[in-house]
Design a protein around this ligand. Structure first.
Ligand SMILES: C[S@@+](CC[C@H](N)C(=O)[O-])C[C@H]1O[C@@H](n2cnc3c(N)ncnc32)[C@H](O)[C@@H]1O
Length: 200
């Protein structure tokens, strides 16, 4: 790639609070599968802070993979694997085992069947006690938790009627629990986002 890889400004705002949670939640070593890596800037920033971990980025969008790999190269971190094409709705996934799964800002910017595919895949590939870590905006108990999230939800639905901010309590958690996970932690993050940790 000769031009600069794509960049998502939001990653610079949320990456530090997120890595602080990841460092608390993750054990010392393992292989983390990142779903919906986007530009790859989270992988490039976070993997160096997790010295025992190999980071496997992925995205459904084939055109994203070169950007992810470019950011990984620029980070100089040799524990970031080449990005793989992974649409969560597929079964099987190209990655069949992981010690942690991290998915940031996808389930509201995709139809609900992406959330269903994500959680079904997590149940297939995560070992016992391995964390499934979600980051993004969520409704709580059926209601928006902030006016900014309500406006964002309306904007998402205007762009695609099947997108929208999901409810952690009435939509996400019941489905994830039905697949054998327990909800381990809900961490309030800046800008009315949450990091949510489920475990097998
Ligand atoms: C808003 S971006 C988030 C990217 C990155 N995680 C971040 O926080 O900057 C949403 C990403 O979800 C990916 N995505 C959408 N549907 C998907 C699916 N079915 N399977 C895997 N990734 C998907 C898109 O290609 C896009 O890269």
């Amino acid at each position: 790639m000769t031009s600069e890889p794509r960049s998502a400004p939001a990653t610079a705002r949320n990456r530090e609070p997120i890595i602080m949670v990841l460092r608390q939640v993750l054990p010392d070593a393992g292989m983390l599968l990142e779903i919906a890596s986007g530009t790859g800037e989270h992988a490039a920033f976070m993997a160096p802070y997790l010295p025992g971990w190999t980071w496997q980025p992925s995205d459904a969008e084939p055109s994203a993979l070169a950007d992810i790999d470019a950011h990984a190269r620029m980070s100089g971190c040799d524990r970031i694997l080449p990005a793989v094409a992974l649409d969560v709705r597929a079964n099987p996934w190209p990655v069949t085992q992981a010690d942690a799964l991290f998915c940031c800002n996808m389930i509201h910017i995709a139809p609900w069947d992406a959330a269903e595919g994500l959680f079904a895949g997590a149940a297939r590939i995560l070992s016992s006690d391995a964390p499934l870590i979600l980051y993004g905006p969520f409704k709580r108990y059926g209601a928006h938790s902030a006016p900014s999230n309500e406006a964002f939800d309306a904007d998402l639905k205007g762009r695609n009627a099947s997108w929208g901010v999901r409810c952690l309590d009435t939509e996400v958690t019941p489905l994830v629990r039905s697949l054998g996970f327990s909800r381990d932690a809900v961490v309030a993050m800046p800008a009315n986002n949450l990091t949510v940790v489920f475990r097998r």
